[in-house]
Design a protein around this ligand. Structure first.
Ligand code: AVJ
Length: 322
């Protein structure tokens, strides 16, 4: 049995410094914003898991349906020896791909990549157990900066699922896809999950569920900032807002201050004033049309091989190559 290896390109100090910069910049900006990557502490990750089981939140189920139907084809088309997963691994979707590549006889190594050591290390024992002989090579890294440091034994299948690319603003997305293309060699593939444009009512419901789980998830970013930076942002003094921006074709989540208030971020020596009704943007979640997925991949120097959707056409999984 091979012992999993974990490369660390990010230290806890790096992450703490990035959080400080992001919070200072975001809470002194107009309008205010906080980046969505800070939703996911232990509690936030649990709330997200709960979101994926909500009746209104279709993307996880829709993407899983695509992968259930297409994992065999992905394996055949890519012949991948190395599966690189950007963002936390351990989900059922990863297993669908690992099983397909194993059954095709090409799988040699799995490379989970995440900013969180816990996410990377937590996934390891189960994987080593489930796939005897699989080389597991975890990487703690920021996939905006460290893509060139990932293992290169090809052919590689780099996967970025869940629709998380929708959290990046268009310019950021273009930069990210170009960087992925840059690190890909001939024979490598990218598998990308993107949520699709649909009836705004369904989109808004998916981000403003009746049970209030998404509202809790959204407010959790305030708890994360409070804990990390000795702040006193009061989650109860903000309400959850989800709006569809029809021009940008993205969902925006915001936190709206229910009163005129002042918060202190002691670790930054920062005092922040919120007007009653003032909104802090906490997430964009872009929704795509298939033509746009193709165009953005091409702009990044990638060629679309296949774009699959689930039966109702709610979610797309695209396979691209260099
Ligand atoms: C995990 C980023 C894909 O944008 O749909 C779920 C996060 N936000 N509900 C998404 C999220 C609100 C999710 N991603």
């Amino acid at each position: 049995r091979t012992t999993p290896r974990v490369d660390r390109h990010l230290t806890p100090a790096d992450l703490a410094a990035a959080l400080r910069d992001d919070v200072r910049r975001g809470l002194t900006a107009t309008p205010k914003e906080l980046p969505p990557k800070y939703f996911y502490d232990g509690r936030g990750s649990e709330l997200f898991e709960e979101i994926t089981r909500l009746p209104e939140y279709y993307p996880t189920r829709a993407e899983r349906a695509v992968l259930e139907a297409r994992a065999g084809e992905v394996a055949r088309l890519t012949g991948a020896r190395t599966l690189v997963e950007l963002g936390s691994g351990s989900s059922e979707k990863t297993h669908l791909l690992l099983r397909a590549l194993r059954d095709a006889g090409t799988l040699e190594r799995y490379v989970p990549v995440d900013v969180s050591v816990d996410a990377v290390e937590g996934a390891l024992p189960g994987l080593v157990e489930a796939y005897p002989g699989l080389e597991v090579h975890g990487v703690v890294a920021d996939f905006d900066r460290h893509l060139h440091l990932l293992p290169t034994e090809g052919p590689r299948l780099v996967v970025f699922l869940g629709g998380t690319i929708g959290n990046f603003a268009p310019a950021h997305r273009a930069r990210f896809l170009a960087a992925v293309a840059e690190t890909m060699r001939s024979g490598d593939h990218l598998l990308l999950g993107t949520d699709l444009v649909k009836d705004p009512e369904r989109l808004v419901a998916a981000y403003d569920d009746a049970a209030g789980v998404t509202a809790d998830f959204n407010r959790n970013v305030l708890r994360v900032v409070d804990a990390a930076l000795d702040a006193d942002l009061d989650p109860d003094a903000f309400e959850h807002v989800a709006v569809w921006d029809a021009d940008e074709e993205w969902i925006e989540m915001r936190l709206r201050s229910t009163r005129d208030q002042v918060a202190h971020v002691r670790a930054l020596d920062l005092t922040v004033h919120f007007e009653r009704g003032e909104e802090v943007r906490t997430e964009i979640s872009a929704k795509f049309r298939p033509e746009r997925v193709r165009a953005e991949l091409e702009d990044a120097g990638l060629r679309l091989v296949e774009l699959w959707t689930d039966e109702p056409g709610d979610f797309a999984v695209s396979l691209a190559t260099v």
